[in-house]
Design a protein around this ligand. Sequence first.
Ligand code: IPE
Ligand code: IPE
Ligand code: MG
Ligand code: MG
Length: 361
Amino acid sequence: MDETRATHPIECPAAGGPRGRLALARGTPAPPPPDASPVTLDFLKPVIGPGMAEVDQALRESLASDVALIRQVADYIIGGGGKRLRPALLLLTAGATGYSGREHYLLAAVLEMIHTATLLHDDVVDESSLRRGRATANATFGNATAVLVGDFLHSRAFQLLVGVGRAPVLRIVSDATNVIAEGEVLQLMSSGRANVDESAYLEVIQRKTAKLFEAAARLGAVLGDATPEREDAFARYGMHLGTAFQIMDDVLDYSGDAAAIGKNLGDDLAEGKMTLPLIRAIQRGSAEDAATIRHAVEGGGRLTDFRPVVDVLQRTGALAYARDRAAEQGRLARACLDGLAPSPYARNLLDLASFAADRAY
Ligand code: IPE
Ligand code: IPE
Ligand code: MG
Ligand code: MG
């Protein structure tokens, strides 16, 4: 399998000039909205808070378009906040490898644009109505608008990358976006099917989610001219981190607090998506428990199925199992930092892995 593919299991043995922005922005960038959300997680602020403000600025400047609806929808989704984890990861790995230029701000903004584009598309596919605590773009502006603005964000991200003009950077990002699309399509193919096992599940989440974390971590190392060993270790760190992150996302879809996660619970079941808690419950539950899950997934996720399914997940310890798997991925991610020189960036990378594996939002 070629190296651009996300495969599992992933292992992590201990591992040992700005070109300016493209002149593509027509129209004046809008000032940040008054309710602009914090641009990074609190525990990262002492180290990368100022850098993340630069990323936010780059992001806003990069969204300029003289098509008013594009601007409106892009501001709507990006102004909704979000945790900005992928840009944070890039800044941290760049910092940990001693990078001292300014290119990472724009690259981090590019990753957030790609992430945002996938969210716009994902919410259409998943028919989701709440994101970042607001009505989704598809619910507000319609599916067609959400898809097309997602395309705009994707293509704008690549315009900016061409401006950066580094072949390895372009390769890493284009490979990642390609793999993400494969992950989303793979997942779609198994929608409404209950015969998904843990291995097939991991394959999907490594592609649709972890791949972008991997790319973010690798890009920081590339900018910092890290050794190939360190670059690969960071890439594996990103892959484990992203895997933990998505497993927890899937746990929170059944057990989170909607206000904290800014999304509705139950979207995965409504979509007929077999995530790790369901897979485990089918394996470990009684025949009746397994039938409850199968029926809900294959029956198109009726609203009335949610409560009985949550009961099964709790009774069978399936949510606890998935949390344990996320914790394991978090530990593997941290192990990939072995040998990294101590620094505030390295400390934050450790903390980020812990957060991803045990988060409530
Ligand atoms: C949501 O990602 C999509 C997943 C990969 C689960 P985030 O949880 O990082 O979304 P925001 O950017 O913080 O809203
Ligand atoms: C992650 O999967 C989607 C992407 C990687 C775009 P989900 O469908 O679980 O993400 P949320 O829950 O909608 O954020
Ligand atoms: Mg979704
Ligand atoms: Mg989800």
